[in-house]
Design a protein around this ligand. Structure first.
Ligand SMILES: Nc1ncnc2c1ncn2[C@@H]1O[C@H](COP(=O)(O)OP(=O)(O)OP(=O)(O)O)[C@@H](O)[C@H]1O
Length: 268
C-alpha cells in the first residue's frame, strides 16, 4: 500500500527470511512504512507478529534480506554499532517478556528509554526527568514513580514500558499487544494515547493486537500475517473484511465499525 509521495521512508524490509533452526518463521518480500504511518498487525497465534517486531528493532536478525530504518541498513550493521542505529526505536514487548528481576524504580525504567538515545557519557538533564515524569503522568503512574518496577502489577509494568518507549521520542514505535494486561478503562486510555501520539509525533507505529477494538481510528493500514507470510496488506476496512481474514481464523468473523472503532466477533 502506498502512502502519500511526500512522506519520508521510515522502515523498509526487503526479501526477508528469518529462520529458527532449519524452519522459516518469517518470510517477507517487501514491506514499507512511512513516517506517521500507523500500521496494525494481526494474525493467529504463532503467525510471526512478535518476530516481525523483533526483526524491526534488531533483536532478531534475518537469515537473509535487508532491514532499513530511515534509509540505514540494520541487518548488516556490526553488532557494536547497532545500538546507535536503533536508538530511536521505542519497543514495548509482550508482557510475558518483562524481566521481573529489574531492580529499578518505574521512573528509572522510563529514564532508561531516554538514556538510550543519548551519547554514552551524557548525563540526564532536568528536562529529561521532566519528560519521564510527564509520560509517567500521562499513563497514570506518577504516584508509582518511586516504586520498584518489579513491585508493580502486570498492567502497571506494561504502562511503564509504554511510557519508556514514548519518552525516547521514537521514530519507529513497536507495540506488541500493549493492551494485553490492561483493564477495560486503561485499554480505552491506551487507544486515546495512541491517537494523540500519532497526532503529535512523526513516528511510524507498528501495533500488534489480537483485539480489533483496540485499533485506533488513525490505524488506516492493516497487515495480516499467516504462517510467517503477509496474507493481506491494505486499508483496515479491506483487510478486516477480506476472505484472508476468514481463512486465517477458520470462521466467519463479523466486523462492525461503531463511532470509528472496530469490533469483531465470530459470526456462527
Ligand atoms: N527462538 C525460536 N525458536 C524456535 N521457534 C521460534 C523461535 N521464536 C519464534 N519461534 C516460532 O516462530 C513462530 C512465530 O512466533 P511469534 O512469537 O512471532 O508468533 P506471534 O504471531 O507473535 O504469536 P502470538 O500471537 O502467540 O504471540 C511460532 O511458531 C514460534 O513458535
Amino acid at each position: 500500500m502506498q502512502a502519500p509521495d511526500k512522506a519520508k521512508d521510515c522502515l523498509t524490509l526487503k526479501d526477508i527470511s528469518v529462520t529458527a533452526g532449519p524452519k522459516p518463521i518469517l518470510q517477507i518480500d517487501s514491506l514499507h512504512l512511512h513516517e506517521r504511518e500507523f500500521t496494525g498487525v494481526i494474525g493467529a497465534n504463532g503467525a510471526g507478529k512478535s518476530t516481525l517486531l523483533k526483526l524491526c528493532c534488531g533483536l532478531v536478525l534475518p537469515h537473509q534480506g535487508s532491514v532499513k530504518l530511515c534509509g540505514r541498513e540494520i541487518a548488516s550493521t556490526p553488532a557494536w554499532k547497532r545500538p546507535r542505529a536503533l536508538k530511536h526505536i521505542g519497543y514495548v514487548p509482550q508482557s510475558t517478556e518483562y524481566n521481573p528481576d529489574l531492580p529499578f524504580t518505574a521512573l528509572e525504567v522510563v529514564l532508561m528509554g531516554i538514556t538510550g538515545t543519548k551519547p554514552l557519557t551524557a548525563p540526564l538533564t532536568k528536562n529529561d526527568r521532566e519528560i519521564a515524569r510527564r509520560w509517567l503522568d500521562e499513563l497514570g503512574l506518577d504516584e508509582y514513580r518511586n516504586r520498584t518496577f518489579r513491585s508493580l502489577s502486570g498492567g502497571e509494568q506494561q504502562k511503564t514500558m509504554i511510557a519508556a518507549a514514548m519518552a525516547s521520542d521514537p521514530k519507529l514505535l513497536l507495540l506488541d499487544e500493549p493492551g494485553a494486561s490492561l483493564d477495560f478503562g486503561w485499554k480505552e486510555q491506551l487507544v486515546a494515547i495512541l491517537e494523540k501520539l500519532n497526532d503529535i509525533s512523526h513516528a511510524a507505529t507498528i501495533f500488534v493486537s489480537h483485539e480489533a477494538n483496540l485499533l485506533p481510528a488513525c490505524c488506516k493500514r492493516l497487515v495480516l500475517l499467516r504462517s510467517g507470510r503477509i496474507a493481506a496488506d491494505g486499508s483496515t476496512i479491506d483487510v478486516l473484511n477480506s476472505d484472508h481474514f476468514r481463512a486465517v481464523y477458520g470462521r466467519n468473523i463479523k466486523v462492525t465499525n461503531l463511532a470509528g472503532r472496530w469490533h469483531a466477533a465470530a459470526n456462527i
